[in-house]
Design a protein. Structure first.
Length: 584
């Protein structure tokens, strides 16, 4: 082989090797590029998958779980207990974030004392921060070694003081609790929520299941109460109590056409924000749960029943005003009103004697039937759990019983019974159940007829006459055409003990405006005393009647009744029948 030929062969081999190497590198690049593309594709696929998963979850939360009852997210978005509103949307009860004081005995581990200081020192310090806490009770809880609440609803400044004690076992869990933004306003209507989250008393107890139902917690419950009128009523009752040193008071404002309770008050009251203080005598509702002999406030009911039955047809007919002796019992009046009185004069002067004679002519069966129709024999019809059972004379009413019931003795009912009865007296004769729910005007209860419309019209005249010329003069609110009746009854002294001559229940039952009645107003004082503010008098004419006059003047405009001095009830046919004078 020549040198030239050998060189040529070697060159060809090198060229072939170089070409092969280049092809190998090209193949490696292609494989690497394909691998990179494949990996990128998987990354893109993974990204798309996770993105779609996220979108699906978001859609599920936003669409499928948008209702509160579907899942934990919805549960967290609504309060644990629905709000309670007044008729105008003002919140009366709502959820409120607050701190609690919790004792955690395991804060410093399983072994050893859970407290830095002694239990006595800690209990003493907590009693100084919270004066209403019972030292012995707190000390007992600290010594048990069990986790427990020491206090619910702790203010931030109080929490800071506890924190400064340097006790890790005293913790402050944040919780949602019931809050009453109006304080003690309408406390007996609302009730309160205990430490376990259950409603007690009032509408909190009545609505407990509804307020905590996950399906309805986002929907507030609207009551018939008007917080403005409620505040005015409570304020005037409180003033009346202070002026007369009364031991208690009750008041009601009732819509005569729907049965809605615009206001219901019982004093003294309590603060529902302090559930730990609510379990005492103050929670007793005098308006719906206490029964009283309400005295002369019953007289218009007796007269209405007699007019309806045709027993009283001529209001000019006169009756003897001399003391009336029946079965060894003497019926007398508070004053001597002369030899005789007609029915308008008997109501103006509040004569027991004449009212008893009218009831005697009416008869026990008919008067009893009227009282039955007005619901006087059963607990008052209202949603509250606290409803007093009347003291109702059983069986047929003999002559003396009929006479005493006619002027409000021998029968005991709640102020709410009286309010519903007066609504029927003035609204055209229809009795309706009372309610604490706001009533749809299109669904007003039909009620039941107790009096004829003509009888109701006559009673409106007579009630207005009592305020213009009789015992109710201090209840007159200029421009509001108030009509009503006083009632002053001695309190029963217990079984067989007769009556307490020095203890009265003073009541004024009224309605306004009398030319088109819209609201009944009841004011009752329990054991008012004779004071300078009442000119030394204890009867309803001097203490309960002024309360009603002030309440009407304040709440009338709030409730859409504009005072008008140019309007009044036409009593011209009754005016010639009456002579001026004072009764009780």
């Amino acid at each position: 082989m020549t040198l030239a030929h050998s060189t040529q062969v070697n060159g060809t081999a090198k060229a072939t090797a170089i070409t092969s190497g280049r092809l190998h590198l090209a193949n490696l690049r292609q494989r690497s590029l394909a691998t990179a593309r494949t990996r990128l594709l998987w990354v893109v696929i993974g990204f798309v998958f996770f993105t779609l998963t996220a979108f699906v979850r978001i859609a599920q939360l936003g669409i499928v779980q948008q209702a509160p009852e579907h899942g934990p997210l919805g549960e967290a978005l609504v309060p644990p207990r629905a709000e309670i509103l007044d008729r105008n949307g003002v919140p009366l009860a709502r959820a409120f974030p607050a701190y609690s004081l919790w004792f955690n005995p395991k804060a410093l581990g399983e072994n050893g004392s859970p407290l830095v200081k002694t239990p006595e020192e800690v209990a003493r310090a907590l009693s100084q921060i919270f004066p209403d806490l019972d030292y012995a009770d707190v000390l007992g809880k600290l010594k048990t070694g069990k986790g427990t609440y020491l206090r619910r609803r702790v203010l931030p400044e109080e929490a800071n003081k506890v924190f400064a004690l340097g006790e890790p076992a005293l913790e402050f869990p944040r919780e949602t609790q019931r809050f009453y933004p109006q304080g003690s306003l309408a406390a007996h209507v609302l009730g309160y929520v205990d430490a376990d989250g259950h409603g007690k008393l009032g509408m909190e107890e009545v609505l407990d299941q509804r307020l905590t139902d996950p399906a309805h917690r986002a929907e507030p419950v609207t009551l018939s109460i008007d917080s403005r009128a409620q505040g005015a009523l409570e304020d005037e009752l409180s003033r009346g109590m202070l002026e007369t040193h009364a031991k208690g008071a009750a008041g009601i404002i009732l819509d005569v056409d729907t049965g809605e309770l615009i206001s219901m008050a019982s004093l003294p009251s309590f603060d529902p924000n302090r559930g730990d203080l609510a379990r005492n005598a103050l929670v007793f509702n005098r308006a719906s749960n206490e029964v009283y002999e309400l005295g002369s406030a019953f007289k218009p009911i007796t007269i209405a029943s007699a007019i309806d039955a045709g027993v009283v047809t001529d209001l000019a007919v006169r009756y003897s005003a001399a003391p009336l002796k029946i079965d060894g019992f003497t019926i007398h009046d508070s004053h001597n009103f002369g030899a005789s009185l007609n029915v308008p004069e008997a109501l103006i002067h509040s004569s027991n004697i004449v009212t008893a004679q009218v009831a005697d002519k009416l008869g026990g069966a008919r008067l009893r039937q009227t009282m039955l129709a007005l619901g006087m024999n059963a607990r008052p019809t209202v949603e509250l759990p606290a409803r007093g059972f009347p003291i109702w004379p059983k069986g047929d009413w003999p002559r003396l019983r009929t006479m005493t019931v006619s002027y409000g003795h021998g029968i005991a009912v709640t102020p709410l019974h009286l309010a519903a009865a007066y609504a029927a007296l003035v609204n055209g004769g229809i009795w309706r159940p009372s309610t604490l729910y706001k009533v749809d005007p299109a669904h007003v209860p039909a009620g039941r007829r107790v009096f004829q419309a003509s009888t109701s019209a006559r009673i409106r005249q007579l009630l207005r006459l009592i305020v213009v010329d009789g015992t109710g003069r201090k209840a007159d609110a200029p421009g509001f055409r108030v009509g009503g009746k006083t009632g002053s009854a001695e309190k029963a002294g217990g079984r067989g003990a007769g009556y307490k001559k020095t203890s009265l229940i003073a009541t004024f039952a009224a309605a306004f405006p009398m030319d088109r009645p819209r609201y009944v107003v009841i004011a009752m004082l329990d054991e008012p005393q004779a004071t300078v503010a009442t000119s030394g008098q204890r009867t309803a004419a001097w203490n309960a009647a002024p309360i009603v006059g002030r309440v009407v003047g304040r709440v009338g405009p709030m409730l859409g009744v504009v005072p008008d001095a140019e309007r009044d009830v036409d009593v011209s046919d009754l005016t010639p029948l009456v002579a001026n004078g004072d009764g009780e």
